[in-house]
Design a protein around this ligand. Structure first.
Ligand SMILES: [Zn+2]
Ligand SMILES: [Zn+2]
Length: 149
């Protein structure tokens, strides 16, 4: 059966959401953002997002807190939604354009996240951290599990 929706939640599970896919069976591709604000916001090297129509996204449990920041170029305000209890970032969207929302793909529930397996685009590529290239490097030690094994 064609996939018609995706669900996700934050780490503490106080907030959950559902995305109704605009085209059933067509899963969104992942878009990486290497901008400096996404690095800080995620505490990582980049953010991983799926972009969906705002109208397809709804919270099914709890409500997030909003944070407005400036885009990398200083102009457009980006509105970010996150869980006030555990800090998980959910979405970011341009203050100018309420049509689409970028949902952090790491917040999708496991069975839905694994289906969004295709990388579509990388933006703010000139801000990419050097270590990111090491992710495909065979010489890097790989462990299935934590650092202690
Ligand atoms: Zn939470
Ligand atoms: Zn970004």
């Amino acid at each position: 059966m064609a996939q018609t929706y995706l669900t996700g939640a934050c780490l503490c599970k106080n907030i959950a959401y559902r995305i109704t896919l605009p085209t059933p069976g067509t899963l969104p591709k992942v878009i990486l953002c290497h901008c400096t604000n996404c690095k800080r916001y995620t505490g990582s090297g980049f953010s991983a997002n799926i972009v969906v129509p705002q109208s397809s996204f709804e919270y099914t449990k709890g409500s997030p807190k909003l944070y407005s920041d400036r885009g990398d170029r200083g102009g457009v305000v980006v509105v970010r939604e996150f869980c006030p209890d555990c800090g998980t970032p959910f979405t970011s969207r341009s203050g100018d354009d309420g049509e689409e929302v970028a949902v952090k793909s790491g917040t999708l529930d496991d069975e839905h996240r694994v289906k969004c397996a295709e990388l579509g685009m990388e933006i703010y590529y000139h801000r990419k951290d050097g270590w990111v290239d090491g992710m495909g490097d065979e010489s890097v030690k790989r462990v299935n599990g934590s650092m202690d094994g």
